[in-house]
Design a protein around this ligand. Structure first.
Ligand code: CA
Length: 224
């Protein structure tokens, strides 16, 4: 899952980025309202964390603009102010949730998980392909009853594939959701991580679940 953090205070921005990366999220940071709009246009984010007090353009107006452009990505607003009016203003601008600074990082993570789960019917916490099961709440994978140890990036890649079970994802689509811009240019990184994942998920098992679709990309599914 890829997250855009819009925050102008470098200390807070890097604290959030580091914390989210430790949880396996791919994170980009935008430092003002204008570049937030550019970032949101140029990549497919799964969630936006948007500070309200920003240079150039404030978070409320950024949120309104993004919603006007039809962006449906969940938006979590951050602010130092905590009045009912502020909260109402943020939610009316199209934000999905609201967190007041300073906040406990644990709470930020819980709110992110809740937002990424919506709508619950479409994105359950337990994903299943054949006998491979991924629990997104505990980030635990198992196949045929055997626990599979995954690195954060392998986990993120597997989660993306399993959320799109049976669907072919291009390398670009995969890279956009699992890595941030820093990793973008390494064009074979997706293939490398697919190889890692196959060693853990498919090598000792039958049938093979991760499939290469020549010239297009990858998908996960039960081979018929
Ligand atoms: Ca700020």
């Amino acid at each position: 899952m890829r997250i855009l953090v819009v925050e102008d205070e470098p200390k807070i921005a890097s604290f959030i980025k580091r914390g989210l990366e430790e949880e396996g999220y791919a994170v980009d940071v935008a430092g003002d309202g204008e570049s937030a709009l550019d970032y949101a246009e140029s990549a497919q984010y799964d969630l936006l964390i948007l500070d309200i007090m920003l240079p150039k353009r404030d978070g409320i107006s950024v949120c309104q603009e993004l919603r006007m452009r039809g962006l449906k990505t969940p938006i979590l607003m951050l602010t130092a102010r905590d009045t009912v009016d502020d909260r109402v203003e943020g939610l009316d601008a199209g934000a999905d949730d609201y967190l007041v600074k300073p906040f406990a990082f644990k709470e930020l993570l819980a709110r992110i998980r809740a937002l990424l789960r919506r709508p619950r019917e479409v994105t359950p916490t337990r994903l299943k392909v054949g006998d491979l099961i991924l629990d997104t709440a505990t980030q635990r994978a198992e196949r045929g009853g055997r626990v599979i140890d995954l690195t954060l990036r392998e986990y993120a890649l597997l989660e993306l594939l399993m959320r799109h079970k049976g669907q072919v994802l291009s390398r670009t689509q995969i890279a956009e959701h699992v890595w941030n811009f820093d990793f973008y240019s390494e064009s074979n990184i997706v293939d490398v991580y697919i190889r890692y994942l196959r060693l853990k998920v498919d090598a000792d098992f039958e049938p093979k679940l991760i499939q290469t679709v020549r010239g297009v990309g990858y998908k996960i599914g039960e081979a018929r």
